[in-house]
Design a binder for this molecule. Structure first.
Ligand code: NAD
Length: 349
């Protein structure tokens, strides 16, 4: 398969990562060039050996450029995507796809009219911690999962510049939130029934510095998704409960464990423990025979890496791994999260 000739638009934190990662991945696409509005970034790209375009028009008018990878602040995604699609280029766009579902509708309609691929870079579907939890969800090793808690906690506030500003699509819902919500919807793959959410403005920014969302799916699964930037002590990255056990992944290093029930708890044999100023049987540890500890399963992605899939969508009309309707569902969920936080109401879908 001929490599897809891609131009990376925006050579900041993520764009420069893409440019280097695309080369390292050797997966169906190559960096044909780079374009940033900031001359300093262009100079940096040139010093790393990338061909640098002087203007966006030069990128879009170049007959050999087949696709662009948009890695600019969130509020510029729609304008750049539309310009690229209208110039006949395929698009891989950073998350969040757009600032609203309405913006996305317009982009998808142009992509479909022009028969071009528009894909969103939901790269965290390939994260090992997520793949392990997805494996548990699918294999039911600890029974059906009925409660899934996904969190990222940091203590550095909101980093960077535009991420503090509403007009640029700042805030944590549109940043980490997009990843965690995408993982949850991709894994559970069942319509959402409702969401209730609360946003944090503890740092005094005009955008949220964290949030908690409580999701209920039509198959009965409950999920908590939380992002925090003032958490000097972190809660685990994942905490999941199945009908036959509990699993935890503490951090990116994949430390964690599974505790599985081996048989029924013999309630009559439970010995009360001292707990604070009282006794409890309910919270006493289960007997050793009642549980067993298992290692976390392997992290396996049973689907192509995102660049390879993007290239196959263009060359071989493969099914996209990140589908347009999934991206639309994330944006609609995000809109519901903002609405729920504003009205303090549960939003039903
Ligand atoms: P950044 O500020 O580091 O870089 C953005 C770059 O875009 C800057 O160099 C800026 O000069 C350039 N730029 C701005 N407007 C432009 C335009 N109209 N044309 C060309 N260049 C333009 O930001 P970042 O952290 O790299 O984030 C960029 C995008 O990547 C955001 O949408 C963000 O959500 C996403 N992102 C994704 C991940 C991920 O894991 N998928 C991680 C980080 C960031």
């Amino acid at each position: 398969m001929n490599l897809i000739k891609m131009v990376v638009i925006g050579f900041g934190g993520m764009g420069s990562y893409h440019a280097r990662d695309l080369i390292a991945a050797e997966a169906g696409a190559e960096v044909f060039g780079v374009y940033d509005i900031d001359p300093v970034k262009n100079k940096q790209a040139a010093s790393e050996g990338f061909f640098v375009f002087d203007t966006l028009e030069a990128v879009l008018n170049h007959p050999e450029v087949e696709a662009v990878l948009i890695a600019t602040p969130n509020d510029s995604h729609q304008e750049l995507s539309l310009a690229a699609l209208n110039a006949g280029k395929h698009v891989m766009c950073e998350k969040p796809a757009m600032m609203s579902s309405l913006e996305l509708e317009e982009v998808l309609s142009v992509a479909s009219e022009k028969e071009l691929t528009f894909m969103v870079h939901q790269n965290r579907r390939w994260d090992d911690d997520f793949l392990i939890i997805r494996n548990l969800y699918q294999t039911r090793e600890i029974g059906e999962l009925f409660q899934i808690e996904s969190r990222v906690h940091g203590a550095n506030g909101i980093p960077g510049d535009w991420r503090h500003l509403k007009e640029h699509g700042g805030g944590m819902v549109l940043d980490w939130g997009v990843h965690l919500l995408d993982q949850m919807l991709f894994m559970i793959d069942c319509p959402l029934q409702s969401v209730m959410a609360d946003l944090s403005y503890r740092l005094g920014d005009p955008v949220d510095d964290g949030f908690i969302a409580y999701l209920v799916f039509e198959n009965g699964v409950r999920a908590i998704v939380e992002v925090g930037t003032s958490n000097f002590v972190k809660l685990p990255r994942w905490y999941v409960k199945g009908f036959e056990g509990t699993a935890v992944i503490k951090d990116w290093d994949l430390s964690g464990e599974i505790v599985k029930q081996t048989g029924h708890v013999a309630h009559n044999d439970l010995v009360p423990i001292q707990a604070g100023q009282g006794l409890t049987k309910t919270m006493a540890p289960p007997s050793e025979e009642a549980t067993t500890c298992l290692p976390l399963p392997e992290a396996v992605a049973d689907f192509d890496y995102i660049y390879a899939n993007f290239a196959k969508c263009i060359r071989e009309e493969a099914e996209p791994i990140v589908k347009s309707e999934e991206v639309m569902a994330i944006l609609r969920l995000i809109e519901a999260i903002f609405e729920s936080a504003k009205t303090q109401q549960t939003i039903h879908f």
